[in-house]
Design a protein around this ligand. Structure first.
Ligand SMILES: [Zn+2]
Length: 284
């Protein structure tokens, strides 16, 4: 399938048609390939985003560089972590892991657009070794400062307070990190994970989100709140974060396992068990 090449100007026009504007803060999840051919590549997409949207936030990860298995014997309830087989295996993983620094490349699974933002647009970046985020624009510093080592989704809460939106560029809601905020507020998918802190030193990080591979089941529920536009070959969707959170909250209140799979070996099962435990603890 051939598509007409799109330019930064064409992408900017598409974003404006979608309703993006300079007063707006957006969390962007993206696939460069979804656009077809982009003149100037990932940097052209970042150029359009930074010209049209006042504040641009993206996930940056780094778990592939900094992440570790759980140390042997450290098994928390409903945590679904990969546990190292032995202390020597753990020591090997610790020796191979790279401590976080601001120049680390962005997790490959997040696509090439966040990496282009990191390389070419001097974004602010938070220093969480597993869930770092990057942002440019007017409120970038505020969003990034909202992340703490014990509260990685802080920037999304700050985005919610700014009436921000989720912008999906050629990806679906399985990429929408913001939905984890709704489940964590209900006591679900708050995992403990492990990362190198400094050479030879590791730490345990709480409130790491879980699996999202069934999150696209929210799409029909969000359709009434979502604007959609084709940009080149890319399906672009814009949904206010407050609506995403309200709908996810409603679905999870109705069913602890909403937006999760039923495979007992998946992290989804541990996430649902956490939610059920939270219900059991709740007063009244
Ligand atoms: Zn699952």
């Amino acid at each position: 399938m051939h598509s007409v090449p799109v330019t930064a100007d064409g992408i900017a026009a598409g974003l404006r048609a979608l309703g993006c504007h300079a007063g707006m803060a957006v969390m962007v999840h993206s696939s460069l390939r979804a656009f077809g051919t982009v003149v100037g590549g990932a940097a052209a997409v970042c150029d359009a985003l930074s010209r049209v949207c006042g504040t641009v936030l993206m996930p940056a990860g780094s778990g592939d560089c900094c992440g570790l298995p759980a140390p042997p014997g450290l098994v928390r309830p409903d945590n679904a972590a990969i546990v190292a087989e032995s202390w020597s295996a753990f020591a090997g993983a610790l020796a191979r892991a790279q401590p976080f620094h601001h120049g680390l490349p962005i997790d490959r699974e997040l696509g090439s657009i966040p990496e282009a933002l990191r390389r070419g647009f001097a974004p602010q970046r938070s220093a969480h070794p597993l869930c770092s985020m990057i942002a440019t624009g007017r409120h970038a510093a505020e969003l990034i400062a909202a992340q703490r080592p014990d509260w990685p989704l802080g920037p999304l809460e700050a985005l919610e307070a700014r009436d921000g939106a989720i912008l999906l560029l050629g990806v679906d809601y399985t990429s929408a990190t913001g939905m984890h905020l709704a489940e964590q507020r209900l006591g679900r998918a708050r995992f403990f994970r492990y990362a190198v802190h400094a050479p030879g030193i590791w730490g345990e990080y709480p409130n790491i989100p879980g699996d999202s591979h069934r999150f696209d089941a929210i799409a029909p529920h969000l359709a009434p709140y979502t604007r959609e536009q084709r940009i080149g070959a890319c399906r672009a969707r814009l949904t206010p974060l407050r609506d995403v959170l309200a709908v996810a909250d409603r679905l999870i209140q109705a069913d602890p396992a909403a937006l999760l799979c039923a495979a007992p070996t998946c992290r989804c099962s541990a996430a649902a068990a956490q939610r059920r435990a939270a219900i059991a603890r709740a007063p009244g």
